[in-house]
Each structure stands twice: as structure tokens, then as C-alpha cells.
Design a protein around this ligand. Structure first.
Ligand code: GLA
Length: 664
């Protein structure tokens, strides 16, 4: 066990970088298992996740237990030195459960049942579902607690179900009673005086089901909070069961990044290992930036890491409209990028590509082409290189960063409602645009919750925070008072946590901070429309702002209705950007402000598509471009991947990577 009493990724990794993936051997005859183990050893796989969707196989009839096949697999893995991340199978109840217990099935907002025949067809609020889930978790824990292959518990899978059904409605009412105590407080918070929505009895309250016209936004917001909390209750119930049997074994559940259903900040506090599933699009020229964003979010949720890349695709996924494979070299680049950004585990969905079922065209580490296929050959190379890095990297952290990006699920939930001014404004896209500007400026950033302690950072970036609590506003104002540099994008500080617009259209403390005397009107832009601003174009949004007296540093709108009014305002160390600048302009703006704040890029002189990250004193250089480049790096280094000594620079081929250690 690690130094503290709480188990961590280090307990599972045991001084190595974990490498492997979801292994679903129940699809294959047992001869294939032996072939799998041979190939796993060949590829340096040291960790597999078993049992994620195995509930029907483990419990083919209510209360029955079929553990023999899993016993044999656990033993097989142990015999070959491969650790097992053992999943509770509760993401996909067997068909008998829905047939015998229709109350376990979720309902959509139209009242339609989500039937079995796919997966994740469970209601988070169903007492019956929870009872069966607890029982199978308990029996798995009891049976495998002492098994030497067990390294980690994986609870459920990508918790993601909403439920508008009756049992969920009752749970929602209880949750609201806990939150508000009295109906008057709920009516006040939801603003039910508008449109005759006042509630006189708790039983009148429903989840926000199909309605004639726009739904009450605060009711929807609370329903999102409730859903995250209910799913968390399901996780905690199973976590507590397995932890009772194995207090020394870490527990995780895999996040989907940018998934509305879980407030990842809250959830991460309850996990021994923060893990994520990341599927950048190989066809997206900024797929590498998306990966960096997911890694930065996950590392930050893991309080600096290390963290686990639970799933990625070795080749294509099969759930986009058009699904491209990863071209040669990209899997290696993106895998090592995760390590650079703090991962101690690089894993995939799934080990062997399925021949049947819904995901047969989703790649595996062993593709349909088999062991001679390019995908597996590349997987082998990655396994070998992770073993090399395993000597220096595990347990280290990304070197302290100077910039933080603020992110909040409440702001997302509240801003994506009916009745807003622009359906073109998408919170994840805004966050991604600001992160991309930093990434392109070679500046690695952490993410933080708006109420976190920000004092370690020289610059804090707020892409958008439509909803902010008073505590968050106080946090930002005192951050600036104490010498921090703050840059905020449009629609920040508009509403309080009940989605009540703050007087003046933006919180008064923030208006003062940014030097805004009056925010007259919001002027959203059409898709593809731009607005001229001195030196660049703005997209998506613009604002009619009157600067406060004495605010002289502004960049004005040019032409149109807002001609001459400030688009960007600076008040000392606080900056406000009332549009989304086009990418190069946002990059230039943030790079300039960062330089003023003393927060430089990781390395100067980097070619455009080269990412540089320092972790544990090592310098990771990642070429996201297809052209070979020379990267200037002052001094003498050794590349841990090739063993070569390099002086004052290194060559990186297409999608090339170097991991440099300073020469003694
Ligand atoms: C998710 C799931 C996996 C699989 C992959 C496919 O991450 O957890 O079971 O469906 O997506 O991309």
C-alpha cells in the first residue's frame, strides 16, 4: 500500500505503468483465452479489466451464481502475471431482470420505457435494481477479495442513465425536500410565480417530463443535479461493499469526459483512482488537443494525479457518423501524450475486436487483422515503450503549472437550457476553444473548480461561467486582489446558483472587477457570422458594454451596431472578453496576458504542432504534425525511448515522440 491508508493507483500499478484494456472473454471459446494470454504477454499487457458487461453470465437466473469461468480467468491472468481490474457488472442487467421487475427499467421524458436488448437499461432510483446490484457486488467481493490477481475494482461503467419514471419522481421529491426543506423555498428558487407554476403540495412535483412548451429551467437544473447525485449513490453503495472486503484495493469508475450526467468534481472526491474514457477523433486535426483537454481535466480531478486512461480506441470507434482508424503512429502519440499529462495507466476498449454484437466494427488492441495487423504491431511497440518509461515515470506528477482553466458542471447545466439567447453557444465547445488557445501557445494548464484555492496559479482563465455562486465570485475577486491575473469570457457571472439573473445582467462585483459600468445588451451572432474588432474577428457572441470611468485599455468593436464599444476590457489584472475571438486571436491574446503574468510556455521556440510537457523532471515532446520537425532543446539530454544522446535539439518524425532526461 501507498504511504496513506487510502489505496491509490500506485497500489495497483506496483511501480509500473499499467497497460492493457477491457477484456471480454465471455465472447470467445476458452481456447482463445490462451491465445489471448500469449499475445498479451507479447504486447507487455500487465492489466485487464474483466466482467464489465458479464451480469447475465454471472447471474443467468435470479440469485444464481456462475463464477467458475471467472475463477478460471482470474487464475489464468495471475499465472501470467497480469493484474485484474475487476468490474461489478451492474451497467447491464440481464434480460430476466427487466421481465420480472419492470420497475428496474428507466423511462424517458415521454414516459417511454428503455427496454433491455442494449445496455445501461437501469433506473438509478429503482430499489429492486439497487438490491440486485448490491447482491452481485457483495458476492464478487466475497469471492475474489483474496485473489492475488485482483488489483483494482471498477464499479459499473460510464454511469449515464437519466430516469423520468415514477420511482425516480419520488426520489426527486425526497432530494428536493432535503435541499429546500419547505415548498416556499422551492417555489422561490424555481421562480414558479412565472407561468402559474406555484406548487402547493410536494406530490405535484415531477421530473421535467415532456411539456407543451419550455420547461422551468431551475427544475431542469435541479433534475441534472439530482441525477448526478442518484448515480453517485449507486456508485457509493457498491464501492462501500467492495471496500469492506478489500480496504487495501483501490476503487474507480470510468468517467466520460464532458458528460452532463455526472458532476466529475464531486464524483472524483469519492474515487481512489480517477479514470476516464477518451476517444479523440483521428480525423479531427485538433484531436490531439481534445486528448490534452481530457487529460488535463482528469489529472485535475485526480488532484494532480496520477490518473488512469481506462479506455481509448486502438483504431476506429463505431459510433461517429464516419469512423476513421488511427493512422500509423497516432495511437503511440496519443498514448504517450496521456503519460506526459499524468496518466499511470494506458488502457483500451477492448482487447480483442468483437466478431459479433454492436461493437464489432469498434477497434480492439487485436484487430480483425489479428496479430500481424498494423494495430497489434503498434500496440506491441507501445507496450515495450511504456515498460521502458516504467522505470522513471510511475508516481510522478506533471510539473507544477502556472495556469488554471475554470470548469463547472452547474454552469454547463444551467447554460444549455431552452429559452436562451443563442443555441449556437455550447459550453464544452467554448471550453475547448479556450483550452485550444493555450495548447497552441504551448502552455499546459490545470483545470479547477471555481471555488478551489487558486493561489498557486499566475493566471486563471474562465472560458465561461454562466452560473456562479457568491463563494465563486468572492474567490475570483480575492484571487485578483492578491495579485492573480484573471481572463474571463462572455456570459460569466450572469446568474446565481438558482439560475436567477443577477441585477445588472452580470454580478456587480464582477462588473467592478472588469471595469464594466453598464452591460446594456447581449448581441449573439449567427452560426458562421463574425464581428469586426480592432485586429481580429469575434465569433458567436458580442456585447453592448459601457466601460467604467478610468478604463482606458480596451479593444473596440469596429462597424455595425457596436462600433466603438469595448469588445475586450482590461482593468489592472482582470480582463473581460465579450466575444469568442477567432482561434489565432484568442491564442495571441492569452499568450500575451500569460507572458505579462509571468506564465510562459513550457519551452520557447517550439514548432507549431509540437506539444511539450514536463512530468517528473522529464520533458515529453510530441509532434502532432505529419511533417518531421526539429525541436530546439538547449543542453544535453538522453531520449529515454531510443537511448540516444541529443544536444541542443531533437528530430521528431511524423507523430514522433521523445522523452528527454537531462544528461548528468
Ligand atoms: C465506452 C464504453 C465501452 C465501449 C466504448 C466504445 O467507453 O465504456 O463499453 O462501448 O465506449 O467506444
Amino acid at each position: 500500500m501507498a504511504a496513506t491508508d487510502t489505496p491509490s493507483l500506485a497500489d495497483a500499478a506496483r511501480g509500473r505503468l499499467l497497460f492493457g484494456g477491457d477484456y471480454n472473454p465471455e465472447q470467445w471459446p476458452e481456447e482463445t483465452w490462451h491465445e489471448d494470454v500469449r499475445l498479451m504477454k507479447d504486447a507487455g499487457v500487465n492489466s485487464v479489466t474483466l466482467g464489465v458487461f458479464a451480469w447475465a453470465k454471472l447471474e443467468p437466473r435470479p440469485g444464481a451464481r456462475e463464477f467458475g469461468w471467472l475463477d478460471r480467468l482470474m487464475d489464468l491472468m495471475h499465472a501470467h502475471g497480469i493484474g485484474v481490474v475487476l468490474a461489478t457488472p451492474t451497467a447491464s442487467p440481464p434480460p430476466w431482470m427487466g421481465r420480472l421487475h419492470p420497475d428496474t427499467l428507466p423511462r424517458d421524458e415521454d414516459g417511454r420505457t428503455e427496454w433491455w436488448g442494449s445496455r445501461q437499461h437501469f433506473s438509478h432510483s429503482s430499489a429492486t435494481y439497487r438490491r440486485y446490484a448490491a447482491a452481485i457486488a457483495e458476492d464478487l467481493a466475497a469471492r475474489y477479495a483474496g485473489h492475488p490477481a485482483l488489483t483494482m475494482w471498477h464499479i459499473n461503467n460510464e454511469y449515464c442513465t437519466y430516469d423520468w419514471g415514477d420511482e425516480s419522481a419520488a426520489a426527486f421529491r425526497r432530494w428536493l425536500q432535503d435541499k429546500y426543506g419547505a415548498l416556499d423555498a422551492l417555489n422561490e428558487a424555481w421562480g414558479t410565480a412565472f407561468w402559474s407554476q406555484g406548487y402547493g403540495d410536494w406530490h405535484e412535483i415531477l421530473p421535467p417530463r415532456r411539456a407543451h412548451y419550455m420547461k422551468n429551467p431551475t427544475q431542469v437544473l435541479d433534475f441534472k443535479r439530482f441525477t448526478s447525485d442518484m448515480l453517485l449513490e449507486c456508485y457509493l453503495a457498491e464501492r462501500d461493499i467492495v471496500a469492506r472486503y478489500t480496504p487495501h484495493i483501490p476503487v474507480t469508475t470510468n468517467f466520460m469526459p464532458f458528460w452532463q450526467g455526472q458532476d466529475a468534481w464531486t464524483w472524483a472526491e469519492q474515487e481512489d483512482v480517477v479514470s476516464v474514457d477518451s476517444y479523440p477523433d483521428p480525423h479531427d486535426p485538433f484531436g490531439g488537443q481534445y486528448g490534452a483537454l481530457v487529460h488535463d481535466m482528469t489529472r485535475s480531478q485526480a488532484r494532480g494525479g496520477p490518473w488512469m486512461l481506462m479506455e481509448q480506441a486502438a483504431g476506429s470507434v463505431n459510433w461517429r457518423g464516419v469512423n476513421r482508424p488511427r493512422p500509423a503512429g497516432l495511437n503511440r502519440l496519443w498514448s504517450l501524450q496521456a503519460v506526459a499529462r499524468g496518466a499511470d495507466a494506458v488502457c483500451y476498449f477492448q482487447w480483442r475486436q468483437s466478431r459479433q454484437g454492436s461493437e464489432k466494427f469498434h477497434s480492439g488492441m487485436v484487430s480483425h487483422a489479428g496479430e500481424h495487423g498494423r494495430t497489434f504491431q503498434e500496440v506491441k511497440r507501445i507496450g515495450a515503450e511504456l515498460a521502458l518509461l516504467g522505470e522513471k515515470v510511475p508516481g510522478t506528477k506533471v510539473d507544477a503549472l502556472e495556469v488554471a482553466v475554470l470548469l463547472d458542471w452547474n454552469a454547463w447545466w444551467a447554460s444549455q437550457q431552452d429559452g436562451r439567447l443563442s443555441c449556437e453557444v455550447d459550453y464544452p465547445q467554448i471550453v475547448r476553444a479556450w483550452h485550444r488557445a493555450l495548447w497552441e501557445a504551448h502552455t499546459t494548464a490545470d483545470f479547477a473548480h471555481p471555488e478551489h484555492d487558486l493561489s498557486a496559479y499566475k493566471m486563471v482563465v474562465v472560458p465561461q461561467l454562466y452560473v456562479m455562486t457568491d463563494a465563486a465570485i468572492d474567490n475570483l475577486t480575492s484571487y485578483v486582489e492578491n495579485g492573480g491575473t484573471l481572463v474571463a469570457g462572455f456570459q460569466t457571472g450572469i446568474a446565481d446558483e438558482d439560475d436567477r439573473v443577477r441585477p445588472g445582467g452580470m454580478d456587480a462585483r464582477l462588473r467592478e472587477l472588469f471595469g464594466i459600468r453598464v452591460l446594456h445588451e447581449w448581441w449573439p451572432l449567427d452560426a458562421g457570422e463574425t464581428v469586426d474588432i480592432e485586429g481580429f474577428h469575434g465569433t458567436l457572441w458580442s456585447e453592448e458594454i459601457e466601460a467604467a470611468d478610468g478604463i482606458t485599455e480596451t479593444t473596440p468593436y469596429k462597424g455595425g451596431e457596436l462600433d466603438g464599444l469595448p469588445a475586450v476590457l482590461r482593468n489592472g489584472r482582470a480582463w473581460y472578453v465579450s466575444t469568442l475571438p477567432e482561434p489565432h486571436a484568442l491564442r495571441t491574446l492569452l499568450a500575451g496576458i500569460a507572458a505579462d503574468a509571468g506564465a510562459g510556455p513550457t519551452l520557447t521556440g517550439l514548432p507549431a504542432r509540437v506539444e511539450a510537457v514536463r512530468r517528473g523532471g522529464l520533458l515529453f515532446l510530441l509532434n502532432h504534425g505529419r511533417d518531421a520537425v526539429t525541436v530546439p532543446v538547449p543542453g544535453r539530454h538522453r531520449d529515454l525511448l531510443t537511448g540516444a544522446d541529443v544536444t541542443d535539439g531533437v528530430q521528431l518524425g511524423r507523430y514522433g515522440v521523445a522523452v528527454l532526461e537531462a544528461a548528468p
